[in-house]
Design a protein around this ligand. Structure first.
Ligand code: CMX
Length: 421
């Protein structure tokens, strides 16, 4: 774990001190008022938890450790992992050290392949991915250390070990699922690259392409984190707060990512776009597209890739993908439809009058880039989102253990109790 662990260990004592000091000095400060309406609205806007890896503002979107996401589009997923954990970007030596560390832990136990091979051939790739992670739980160093009654102050170390052990194996696991699930032939072994995204593409069986590698690095970086209250991260943190180890916590969180209102929207968005291309035999006119969107809304379905629980602007991660697409993609009906949807859908949703945020989110553009580079099996897309989101979830559970955050346990009230307030 080398430099990452060394540098994180140096930071933790100061962070612990600052947390303690904040609670001592401002512990009774009110962050939000919780109304009955909030209790019925998924706790929207209730500021009742802490996350230091990233923050999301309604008008500018994601900031990772204070850096706006559009200022980070050049960095690799490994770098964003380091940034989330340590609070600073790694230098070249620290990056190489982390890549080496991940590479050295990347071998996947044979029983994981046996589990995947025994699953029904039409299992969703997300089910396979989360099952593979959970099946490795017996490897947990945290669970082992907990049984040996280590100090609470040291929980973060074995949590970090588990987290990096899992992250290191995700490219091989995801690539194997891709090949198995979509009949791409035998599983491919590591070809030796220490770059997390490159070794993933190699094991998937894609020809070497600098542009595709750049796109994959961007993809796996952009989805890394979105503060602490989103369904996947919040679920993972809740499970981890019971001191369930990172294998349990991560697979629990990623099960939430598999929902159509969350990460699954990326597969649904591309399906929507392909349906449009198919229906109109190409790129429709504005009027045709508008009518198509209204038909979908009138049938009670959401427009996947649009709307957000926190954002009230076009998601900067969408902007990053569109920027990449404009620089690298020509002659793609799919990308043209995605571009046109951005012109049409916000006004349609405004007129529809329900969505609080009519703008595109991260899932509105990502699929069109994957499709362009030949990764057309859209049922696989949420696995890619999961690989990236694992970086943020692991970072957050490591920090939660380092700060000794307690069991998550909000209070619920019965309808009668609320009614009597
Ligand atoms: N299309 C149609 N209706 C939408 C909509 C959309 N894209 N976005 C919101 N609405 C509707 C909601 O379904 C809700 O309707 P009801 O009152 O009938 O239940 C109403 O507008 C109010 O919702 P909201 O407060 O604006 O949005 P929420 O915070 O409840 O939900 C989200 C946010 C993302 C789930 C929602 O916008 C949505 O369903 N979008 C489409 C799915 C999607 O793209 N999800 C991915 C989000 C990013 C991610 O996590 O990956």
């Amino acid at each position: 774990m080398g430099k990452l662990k060394e540098n994180l260990a140096k930071k933790i004592p100061d962070w612990r001190y600052s947390y303690r000091q904040l609670i001592d000095e401002k512990g009774d400060h009110v962050t939000s008022n919780v109304t009955i309406e909030k209790a019925f609205s998924g706790m929207r806007g209730v500021k009742g938890m802490i996350c230091d890896t990233s923050s999301v503002t309604a008008d500018a979107g994601l900031h990772v450790r204070g850096h706006h996401i559009l200022d980070l589009v050049h960095i690799k997923p490994e770098e964003v992992l380091y940034l989330m954990l340590v609070g600073e970007l790694p230098n070249n030596e620290e990056l190489e050290d982390l890549q080496k560390c991940l590479h050295s832990r990347s071998e996947v136990p044979q029983y994981v392949w046996d589990v995947l091979n025994s699953m029904p051939k039409d299992s969703h790739p997300m089910t396979m991915f989360n099952t593979a992670i959970l099946s490795m739980q017996k490897e947990s160093k945290f669970a082992e250390a907990y049984d040996l009654v280590i100090s609470k102050n040291d929980y973060w170390e074995s949590t970090l070990t588990d987290g990096l052990n899992i992250i290191a194996k995700l490219p091989a696991i995801a690539a194997a699922i891709y090949r198995l699930r979509f009949d791409k032939g035998e599983r491919l072994e590591h070809a030796g690259s220490q770059d997390w995204s490159e070794s993933f593409l190699q094991m998937m069986g894609f020809e070497e392409s600098e542009d595709m590698l750049k796109m994959m690095q961007l993809y796996l970086m952009l989805h890394c984190d979105h503060e602490g209250g989103n369904v996947s991260t919040f679920s993972a943190l809740t499970v981890n707060s019971a001191l369930s180890d990172p294998y349990y916590s991560l697979s629990a969180g990623l099960n939430g990512l598999a929902g159509p209102l969350h990460g699954l929207a990326n597969q649904n968005n591309l399906k929507f776009v392909l349906d449009i291309v198919d229906h109109f035999k190409g790129v429709p006119s504005d009027e045709e597209l508008k009518a198509f969107a209204w038909d979908r809304l009138n049938s009670g379905k959401v427009i996947p890739g649009y709307g957000h629980a926190v954002l009230r602007c076009p998601d900067p991660r969408f902007t990053a993908f569109m920027g990449f697409g404009k620089d690298h993609i020509s002659d793609s009906e799919v990308f043209d439809v995605v571009t046109k949807l951005f012109d049409i859908i916000p006004d349609v949703l405004k007129e529809h009058g329900k969505a609080k945020n009519p703008w595109p989110n991260v899932d509105a553009a990502s699929g069109s880039l994957l499709h362009y580079y030949g990764l057309k099996e859209f049922e696989f897309y949420t696995v890619l989102f999961s690989m990236s989101r694992s970086l943020g979830i692991v970072s957050q559970v490591v920090l939660a253990r380092a700060m000794g955050l307690p069991l998550t346990r909000p209070k619920s009230l019965t309808f009668d109790a609320l009614n009597q307030l």
